[in-house]
Design a protein around this ligand. Structure first.
Ligand SMILES: [Mg+2]
Length: 258
């Protein structure tokens, strides 16, 4: 019989100092989600950007540890707006999109191409649901909708038309990912072995980060959720997005002084 799961702990609380010391003393992978984690959530996703202190901390961290970003965005979307500062890996589309490409990308692309016209037809004339085709997955955004419940219902019924879609609901977004695609947790395992890391930290903020939290836990890494929640597999939390840079800075300081 397993004990009840412990409540998530604040990773930046003084009593967790030894946990961060132990991580920095090994060869960890530092992996981050982007929206809501490295960058604050903003009304217009095209203007989401990490602040200057986060960028500076990330750049220093990337020189000291293998670092990765795992995002639901298309890779090109991040690369176009955000110089990725020596990241060891940048994986897009929730774990599906890699450079160089992985074999599963071809099937995912064909599946998404078949969904797009179905969604365009189902949602034509609905100004509150925006379709974002990211080639290897699709997103239905309803941020800013006047009637979010109605927009969500419309997005859900459109998503139900897409055969083989795994639908995950995020913050004002439905993500449609081809069934069988690698998720962020699978991506973490791949990066760990490529980078020959012996431990890991993963920081995310949303429902689609849960597989990555679970994989992180299974590898005895530090799973960290931005924002406290009872409904998460993450074992640690940060008070809010502004604390992500403090965590990165704490790991930089530990490595620079050794
Ligand atoms: Mg996020």
């Amino acid at each position: 019989v397993r004990a009840a799961r412990a409540q998530p702990a604040d990773l930046l609380a003084p009593e967790q100092t030894a946990v961060l010391d132990a991580l920095a003393a090994r060869k960890p992978l530092l992996a981050f989600d982007f929206d809501g984690t490295l960058a604050p959530i903003v009304e217009d996703p095209a203007s989401a950007h990490p602040d200057a202190e986060t960028l500076a901390a990330l750049k220093r961290a990337a020189a000291l540890y293998p670092c990765a970003i795992l995002t639901g965005r298309a890779r090109r979307d991040l690369l176009a707006r955000f110089h990725c500062l020596g990241m060891a890996e940048l994986v897009g589309n929730h774990g599906v999109e890699w450079d160089p490409p992985i074999p599963q990308m071809g099937a995912a692309q064909r599946t998404v191409a078949a969904w797009a016209p179905l969604l365009e037809k189902a949602l034509s004339g609905d100004p509150e649901v925006r379709i974002e085709n990211k080639s290897f997955s699709l997103a239905l955004h309803y941020r800013g909708a006047g009637d979010p419940k109605r927009a969500l219902a419309a997005a859900r019924s459109a998503a139900a038309l897409c055969e083989g879609a795994e639908v995950s609901e995020g913050k004002c977004v439905l993500n449609l990912i081809p069934h069988g695609s690698p998720h962020k947790g699978d991506a973490l395992k791949t990066i760990l072995s490529r980078q020959r890391c012996d431990s890991l930290l993963f920081v995310g903020d949303d429902g689609n980060d849960e597989p990555a939290f679970q994989v992180t836990n299974s590898l005895e890494g530090l799973s960290v959720r931005v924002g406290r929640s009872e409904a998460t597999s993450a074992r640690y939390f940060l008070a809010d997005q502004a604390h992500v840079k403090k965590l990165i800075q704490a790991l930089v300081v530990r490595r620079e002084r050794t």
